[in-house]
Design a protein around this ligand. Structure first.
Ligand SMILES: CC(C)(COP(=O)(O)OP(=O)(O)OC[C@H]1O[C@@H](n2cnc3c(N)ncnc32)[C@H](O)[C@@H]1OP(=O)(O)O)[C@@H](O)C(=O)NCCC(=O)NCCS
Length: 185
């Protein structure tokens, strides 16, 4: 383990064999739990509450926004590749008010705040944007640079903006290996 590490004691919970870079900004660490065998790399910026389970990789420069009411869940073996953005809350931008968190409450736009969930084995490529309320079903893969606006079907590969299904993803080997590692599937 490097000596330059995050202060894990700030977190709600942290498992074993987990690495979090010192160069992250977790705005509400008391609302974030992290499991075991997980790595969170440099540049992670997170404003929401989160439950991050085991064998997760959050690659460099990932933004998770949505504020105190936003929520991200990452189930075992899910991953986010470099530079992706997870939007758990956003202004609606439809004219109901002025936009941005610095606007006084009475003049603010409507907000959509809804959890983003990565079910087990869901993996997203680099530069992907995921919108509020999306559940990436078990085994979903999202191709690089895609925009995910709707929840996905299990074991399906999605690409594009907006992301569309292009093929299915075999699960047998993944299940076999996860079972051998002691995880129920
Ligand atoms: C989605 C992905 C896994 C699919 O890989 P694949 O099975 O080899 O895909 P294919 O080449 O068979 O592509 C299927 C179709 O989707 C298209 N496609 C693939 N990836 C795409 C992407 N990211 N965006 C848009 N279209 C894409 C292909 O052009 C192809 O279209 P066509 O049938 O019209 O020719 C891969 O393209 C990808 O994006 N991987 C993520 C890489 C990454 O970010 N890794 C993390 C590193 S930190």
């Amino acid at each position: 383990m490097s000596t330059k590490e995050y202060d894990y004691t700030q977190l709600k919970k942290c498992g074993i064999d987990t690495f979090i870079s010192v160069n992250v900004e977790i705005r509400r660490p008391h609302l974030v739990s992290v499991g075991s065998h997980t790595a969170i790399d440099s540049g992670f910026y997170c404003t929401v509450s989160a439950d991050i389970e085991d064998y997760i990789h959050i690659a460099p420069y990932i933004t998770v926004i949505g504020g105190a009411k936003g929520y991200l869940k990452m189930c075992h073996f899910s991953t986010i590749a470099a530079g992706s953005r997870i939007i758990c809350g956003s202004d609606d931008h439809m004219g109901a008010g002025l936009v941005g968190p610095t606007i006084p409450l009475e003049f603010q736009d409507n907000l959509t705040i809804a959890p983003v969930v990565f079910e087990k084995f869901a993996n997203i490529g680099t530069g992907v944007v995921v919108m509020p309320g999306v559940t990436l079903a078990e085994g979903t893969v999202v191709g690089a640079n895609s925009l995910v606006t709707k929840s996905t079907e299990p074991w399906t590969v999605y690409v594009g903006s907006p992301a569309r299904p292009v093929k299915s993803r075999p699960k047998e080997k993944i299940y076999e290996y996860a079972r051998k590692m002691g995880y129920q599937v």
